[in-house]
Design a protein around this ligand. Structure first.
Ligand code: NAD
Length: 327
């Protein structure tokens, strides 16, 4: 079984590849558990420090159709399409966001369609597809109303994946990820980058800026649960989704103030004193337009699981990443 992961050098792509190599098998469209013989990571940058005889790396741009044709061939059973320009960058550069988040996604689906064997395609969408005046708790039936170009690009790609699945061209699944926290490494250009920075930097004794108010409510998931969800979403039979291939994944609803309180409980005031509160209207506007709480009963019924609370997410970050981040 050949698996392609676009964005395979990124935060989630790399972790997914490592987990799949450990797991060794996945369930195909016919419901058969199959041994993973090859994982191809496609990314503009080469992933570092990964080696396994089953791993192959293809460096290039997913908006290059020839590169995609080279990556996704008749042997490809499943594609995890994770490559994307993040929210802040897509807002600053409209054309880039459209090219990578939308045009490349459609091209990828067309290539999968041309294979003729209906590969599984897992697409990572986002809370950013919602916005405007929202109910307290977002339901599956809540209308999509993105307030950023990134959210609009994700929403259109979601619909494409649903229609390609309805037509029988691919066996698609769209997983709307909560904001993933805590992300290791350096800050990135996502508008939600602070949701990791306000935990990660203080735990390393470094200054960080929180650009939003403490009462802003976020919908969060840990990296561990995000990877569990990608694999569970892949392995479910297509029939489990009915006529809607899009799932709101379980997260936890937590305010920025509660996140800082959890950090203080785990690491004390010596950590939280490193947070400087400096409002940034653009970040507040983008992230403030995302819903802070979702009804995820459909996902739960399908077997997806969220985190217990934010404190356990902080502890998991210390366990899984902090030593690596400091190394
Ligand atoms: N991390 C989150 O909080 C979060 C939340 C919701 C949705 N998502 C989605 O999950 C997916 C993975 O997110 P992530 O956090 O790992 O992001 P990331 O930025 O760490 O990884 C994305 C990867 O895509 C690659 N990429 C960007 N443009 C490319 C191009 N033109 N061609 C090939 N590769 C390209 C980047 O180099 C990067 O390695 C994305 O689709 C993102 O929109 C993430």
């Amino acid at each position: 079984m050949k698996i392609v992961i676009t964005g395979g050098a990124g935060f989630l792509g790399r972790r997914l590849a490592i987990r799949l190599l450990e797991k060794g098998s996945l369930t195909d469209s016919a419901g058969h558990v199959r041994i993973i013989s090859e994982i191809l990571l496609v990314d503009v940058v080469a992933p570092e420090g990964m080696s396994d005889p089953r791993l192959r790396i293809l460096t290039g741009d997913v908006s290059d159709i020839e590169l995609l044709r080279q990556a996704i061939d008749g042997a490809t059973t499943s594609v995890f399409h994770l490559a994307a320009v993040v929210s802040g960058q897509a807002e600053l550069d409209f054309d880039l966001g459209m090219r990578i988040n939308l045009d490349a996604s459609r091209q990828l689906l067309e290539i999968c369609r041309s294979l003729g064997h209906k590969p599984k395609v897992v697409f990572t969408s986002s809370v950013a597809v919602y916005g405007g005046k929202l109910p307290e708790v977002v339901q599956d039936s809540t209308a999509l109303n993105p307030q950023s170009s990134y959210g609009a690009q994700k929403a259109i790609a979601e619909l494409l994946l649903n229609d390609f699945s309805r037509r029988g061209f691919v066996d698609g699944r769209v997983l709307r990820l909560p904001t993933i926290s805590v992300r290791p490494g350096k800050p990135n250009k996502a508008a939600s980058s602070f949701a990791s920075g306000i935990i990660r930097e203080p735990l390393q004794g470094q200054e960080t800026v929180c650009p939003v108010s403490p009462d802003l409510r976020l919908w969060l998931q840990s990296p561990r649960k995000a990877i569990d969800s990608l694999i569970a979403g892949h392995d479910l039979p297509g029939s489990a989704f009915g006529n809607n291939r899009t799932i709101n994944l379980p997260g936890i609803s937590v305010s920025v103030g509660e996140m800082v309180a959890a950090l203080e409980k785990v690491a004390g005031q010596s950590a939280t004193q490193h947070i400087r509160w400096e409002p940034d209207p653009l970040v507040q506007r983008i992230v403030g337009s995302w819903p802070g709480c979702w009804d995820t009963s459909r996902a739960t019924a399908l077997g997806f699981a969220g985190d217990a609370d934010f404190e356990s997410i902080v502890r998991a970050f210390i366990e899984d990443d902090l030593s690596a981040t400091n190394a």
